[in-house]
Write a protein that binds this ligand. Structure first.
Ligand SMILES: Cc1cc2nc3c(=O)[nH]c(=O)nc-3n(C[C@H](O)[C@H](O)[C@H](O)COP(=O)(O)OP(=O)(O)OC[C@H]3O[C@@H](n4cnc5c(N)ncnc54)[C@H](O)[C@@H]3O)c2cc1C
Length: 419
């Protein structure tokens, strides 16, 4: 079904009884596929979509342990940006930004991409210099960036405490006007619908429990619904990467799994019309279309595969929010939840072939994999179809941790929780 104003009007005249399923319910996988994607998060679904759309590979299954949208793709704070320092990162994320800009049209599904801008606050002259450097790197690579002084920040975000009495006085900020937010579960549903309409089977409630090899060549996966043969297998299971790939014989990957929480407040009248990040701690905040303030902070600080968080981080995040916006001090928190992050050693992702023939890895997304969804799927599809990385993901190789060619955007060293 093609979505349009006419479809809506036609369905309204029929009492909305003619809407069809967004994607087919495939209960049982076929015996064999050309490509199996393990993990029906944003990255897995986008990969399947681009495999079918860009490479004509349609005999594809996405095998998901739970339900579509149940992982990090439906748990994040929805921030989309391409404001990176390292050229490898800003080229990749900027390609993602271009895909975001056309996504609703391409998928014929409204992902509510809102380019409301992303503003990083600086609180010291040294931070301003760092932002100047990053902004210059962005502009040299054709990406929009604006350095704002304190008055410009105050005009952009009226609720911020920009006074000298603030706990962390604000010196200015780096703005990416084309950054913003998108409706996260719509992204999952949109890619699922797009892939399904090109013939991809999406199989939910089907955990992959093992991998089938013929020597060093992959020939399929084992699932709770039985074995499935495959010419190639792509693994995109985010926070579960170490656990899942251990079943393929990878007992040491450069990834740790950590819990990250997100929070939403009771709805307010319009207060913040951009995305703002704190520069004196780790907090990012925006306002949803329903009016709730959506925010997140640091990892909980321990390794875990549990999709739930702990109370100290709630307190920490609330304290930072009030330091930035004192007018939030009596706001009620409505909900909070956790997701499991695949934190890599250098903070950058891995999109690559694995040392095993026919097995491909997509992982290491840390805090920032939602915005990467389209570019990641696009590059992973290329890597699988052509059996070699695209130039956009040529630096995101697995062996960079052995060769020392890491991409440490923050310069934090090999400490996953700091990226
Ligand atoms: C609280 C929070 C806030 C965040 N905020 C942002 C943000 O503002 N901006 C941003 O860019 N990024 C953000 N992120 C990060 C982003 O959400 C993730 O990096 C990204 O969603 C990960 O890729 P994915 O969508 O494919 O993951 P997921 O949706 O987690 O997909 C992986 C899927 O694999 C499935 N799976 C696991 N094991 C198996 C198995 N054995 N068999 C079959 N399936 C399996 C899981 O069930 C899951 O559905 C945030 C994350 C969290 C948790």
């Amino acid at each position: 079904m093609h979505f349009s104003a006419f479809t809506l009007a036609r369905q309204a005249l029929k009492g909305h009884r003619g809407w069809t399923r967004t994607w087919r319910a495939v209960e049982q996988p076929k015996e064999s596929y050309d490509v199996v994607i393990v993990g029906g998060g944003g990255h897995g679904l986008a990969t399947a979509y681009y495999l079918a759309k860009e490479y004509g590979i349609r005999n594809v299954a996405v095998i998901e342990k739970g339900w579509i949208g149940g992982g990090n793709v439906g748990r994040n704070t929805t921030i989309v940006r391409s404001n990176y320092l390292l050229p490898e990162n800003n080229r990749f994320y900027e390609w993602g930004m271009k895909l975001w800009e056309g996504m609703s049209r391409d998928l014929n599904y409204n992902v509510m991409f809102s380019q409301r801008g992303v503003l990083n606050l600086a609180h010291t002259p040294a931070q301003m210099e760092g932002f100047m450097r990053r902004g210059n790197s962005m502009r040299v690579n054709g990406i929009d960036a604006e350095l704002l002084d304190r008055d410009q920040v105050a005009a952009k975000v009226p609720g911020l405490d920009v006074s000298d009495r603030a706990r962390f006085p604000i010196a200015g900020g780096l703005m990416q006007p084309r950054g913003g937010t998108a409706r996260h579960d719509a992204v999952a549903w949109g890619y699922a619908r797009g892939a399904d309409s090109l013939g991809v089977d999406i199989i939910e409630n089907c955990e992959v429990t093992g991998f089938l090899f013929d020597g060093d060549r992959i020939v399929g996966v084992d699932t709770v619904k039985g074995p499935v043969k495959a010419g190639k297998v792509g693994v995109a299971v985010a926070g579960n990467t170490s656990r899942v790939l251990a079943k393929a014989g990878f007992d040491r990957l450069p990834i740790e799994s950590h819990v990250l929480q997100a929070f939403v407040s009771e709805p307010l009248k319009p207060l913040i019309d951009t995305v703002v990040t704190f520069g004196a701690g780790h907090l990012y905040i925006s306002q949803s279309d329903k009016g709730g303030l959506v925010f997140g902070g640091d990892l909980d600080g321990y390794n875990s595969y549990a999709q739930r968080g702990n109370i100290p981080v709630i307190q920490d995040v609330a304290a930072m929010a009030v330091a930035m916006f004192p007018n939030l001090s009596r706001l009620h928190l409505l909900r909070h939840w956790g997701g499991v992050m695949d934190m890599s050693m250098d903070g950058s992702p891995i999109i690559d072939k694995s040392p095993k023939d026919g097995l491909y890895i997509n992982a290491g997304w840390c805090y920032g994999g939602f915005k990467a969804t389209p570019a990641s799927g696009w590059c992973f599809a290329h890597t699988i179809a052509r059996d070699e990385p695209h130039e956009l993901n040529a630096a995101f190789r697995l062996d960079r941790f052995r060769t020392g060619r890491t991409l440490d955007e923050k310069g934090a060293g090999p400490v996953p929780r700091l990226h």
